[in-house]
Design a protein around this ligand. Sequence first.
Ligand SMILES: [Zn+2]
Length: 165
Amino acid sequence: MRPVNESDIRASFVNCSKGEAKRLGLPRDPDERPWDDLDFLGWRDPGAPERAYLVTERDGRLVGVALRVTSGAQRAFTSRSMCSLCLTTHTSGGVALMTARRTGEAGRQGNTVGQYLCADLACSLYARGKREAAGGGLVDESLTPEEKVARVRANLYSFLDKVAG
Ligand SMILES: [Zn+2]
């Protein structure tokens, strides 16, 4: 994706209020992000680790989604979990359940969409083989990096569709 600046990011959020978007903690290292290798910019709020965000470009528009990281033992600590975007498997802690408030009336009624995502939101890098999951890895290694990237994007867009419902 193309590099984006702070005001682009803050204006992109579809599922939180303008006030929340104004206050949320941006990544500390925007200039060091490997933009060419990103399908989306994802980060944990430096001041509030239970909050995470992702911003991506779709049809030439930036779309940002605010997420809540649900900690807690949904799964046994010994088991592996798989990210639903990039399908990388991680050992305990490498995947987190993140929920997004839906947009519009559904969101006002408290409806959310949950997904298991790489806890570091670095799916783009796992798909490209630029980051390795500790003790895990991709289950299906027969895909080319291009195919994995296409899969990340397809899964991401279907998540965005669910959020926008
Ligand atoms: Zn992932």
